[in-house]
Design a protein around this ligand. Structure first.
Ligand code: 6PG
Length: 260
């Protein structure tokens, strides 16, 4: 696993724009070297802010949208089209404006889909979809994601892995149903830490004063059961993309040299 690196931006708007620019470059580079790219999107304001910034960036046209696989780190288990679903928000922020291949947009199941309200069956189905996309070069039953993005919650949750709940303790399955999540809605589908850690790069996004304590805790040696964000690491790179308020409680020893 990789040691976390930090990039601190002046404010959340700049953070979203810089992260969008970084993502465009990453996708273009992956497509140049492997012919395609695979990215995992996150729900939440910061993830959607990044997608909106990407939609507004002229360089978005450098991406070959038809050779991009999109997956989700978690989903709110609600009916198809519900405005609170992460995929609905991603479509609004970006996906409806670019020529993605619908077969490569791997939304997590909805609560009115083939598995009805059985969130555990829905999670199993998503795990099977990931496994079907894995190839022998992949590490485990998921494709190798080039970039997996995660918003960080004020309690240090990432995806729908909340402190101390069963989902964050999962060591075998790649996707689980989440019951009783403290952030509404209570029923969710989430990638697990082993699936997250199979990504080449994991990017954690946090902006705002209310995230400062969580960021400091996760980066100060906390355990992943108590602080799930601490367990989110990429095989090659773990990048924390922060605004200055989210970075304000970091111990000085962790603060990036350029910002010291
Ligand atoms: O479905 C969700 O709610 C998320 O995927 C969740 O993990 C989110 O990313 C964090 O809570 C951060 O959200 P904000 O960026 O809105 O603070």
């Amino acid at each position: 696993m990789s040691t976390p690196q930090l990039v601190v931006h002046r404010d959340k708007e700049l953070m979203a724009q810089a992260a969008a620019a970084r993502l465009i470059t990453k996708i273009v580079d992956a497509q140049a070297s492997r012919g395609e790219a695979s990215v995992v999107l996150t729900g939440g304001r910061n993830g959607n802010g990044l997608l909106a910034a990407l939609a507004a960036a002229p360089a978005r046209d450098a991406i070959d949208w038809g050779r991009l696989d999109l997956w989700w780190g978690d989903e709110r288990f609600l009916p198809e089209g519900d405005p609170e679903r992460n995929v609905t928000q991603a479509r609004e922020a970006l996906l409806d404006q670019v020529p993605v291949d619908p077969k490569r947009v791997h939304a997590m199941p909805a609560s009115d889909g083939p598995w009805g309200t059985d969130v555990d069956a829905a999670a199993e189905a998503y795990a099977a979809e990931l496994a079907a996309a894995a190839d022998p070069e992949n590490h485990g039953p998921v494709p190798t994601f080039d970039v997996l993005m995660l918003g960080v919650g004020p309690d240090t949750h990432v995806a729908s892995l909340f402190p101390e709940l069963p989902a964050v303790r999962e060591t075998e399955r790649t996707v689980v149903g989440v019951h009783g999540a403290p952030k509404p809605p209570p029923t969710r589908v989430s990638l697990t830490l082993p699936a997250i850690r199979s990504a080449r790069e994991v990017w954690l996004l946090a902006a705002g004063e209310d995230k400062a304590e969580a960021v400091a805790i996760a980066l100060s040696g906390a355990g992943e059961i108590q602080a799930p964000a601490a367990g989110a690491q990429g095989r090659q790179r773990t990048l924390w993309l922060l605004d200055s308020t989210a970075a304000s409680q970091l111990p000085r020893s962790l603060y990036p040299p350029a910002s010291a």
